[in-house]
Write a protein that binds this ligand. Structure first.
Ligand SMILES: *Cc1c(COP(=O)(O)O)cnc(C)c1O
Length: 244
């Protein structure tokens, strides 16, 4: 049977798009390579899969491939996914803006909150954290460039707020989070992340014991790993560009 020539050509040149499984394994390999290249301990960088706007089915696929840490920006979305994936024993991280009337739900549903920037919020989270589960892991969000569009405290506010939060009973202050301005140049990306690392080092030399730098997204994860990121937050490299 004669096959039309155009069909043959299309068949020969067709490459299937990478599956979610391919993307996850490529990403994990990139992380391991970057750890090695920048002298980081193997396995010291944790991948947080940022699932905003993605459906539960995709998250379940990632979970079944061994991905454990999931990040969400919107409580309304997160609530549905957390309930639907209860059977998978995942660790949920909240990385979005915090409204003070939502702290009770945050305190019960999540293992980590990366976006704390007010003492009042931290106090509520501490009071509302159920006492039969582990303390809630907290990162302070730092607004490195004082961008009005972003949450986060300024660098100068960090020592006081960190010390206050470290004293709250049902929280465990783990470190710092930032979303620096997008920069194309690798060295400029590194400089931004190095600022966050220095703030963490200063807090530790004044007596705190922080072990977490939540920094680096799809376009700057390697620079973040070079500067000591322990959690990178990745959406696009896993799921492709977000719609809308
Ligand atoms: C969306 C988002 C990410 C992931 O960004 P990508 O560029 O898609 O990897 C990370 N952190 C925060 C706070 C986000 O809102």
């Amino acid at each position: 049977m004669a096959i039309p020539p155009t069909y043959t050509q299309a068949t020969l040149s067709y490459k299937p798009p990478p599956s979610l499984a391919d993307r996850l394994s490529i990403l994990n390999q990139q992380i391991r390579d970057a750890e090695q290249r920048f002298g980081r301990t193997a396995g010291s960088v944790r991948l947080l899969a940022v699932g905003k706007t993605q459906g539960t089915a995709l998250l379940r696929i990632l979970a079944s491939l061994g991905q454990k840490d999931f990040g969400e920006n919107y409580l309304q979305e997160a609530r549905v996914k957390i309930a639907a994936l209860k059977d998978m024993c995942l660790c949920w991280h909240y990385i979005g803006r915090i409204q003070s009337n939502k702290t009770a739900e945050l305190a019960t549903q999540f293992g980590w909150i990366h976006s704390v920037d007010r003492l009042k919020i931290a106090q509520r989270l501490s009071e509302q954290r159920p006492q039969n589960i582990k303390p809630l892991n907290i990162c302070l969000q730092i607004n490195l460039d004082k961008e009005t569009s972003k949450s986060g405290i300024s660098i100068s506010q960090a020592p006081k707020l960190a010390t206050e939060i470290a004293g709250l009973p049902h929280l465990r202050l783990r470190g710092l989070m930032a979303i620096p301005k997008p920069q194309a140049d690798f060295e400029v990306q590194r400089q931004q992340f190095s600022r966050l690392r220095h703030i963490l080092e200063d807090l530790n030399s004044s007596g705190l014991h922080l072990d977490t730098l939540s920094m680096g997204m799809t376009d700057d994860m390697e620079a973040a790993i070079a500067e000591g990121a322990t959690i990178i937050r990745i959406g696009t490299a896993l799921f492709g560009p977000r719609q809308g």
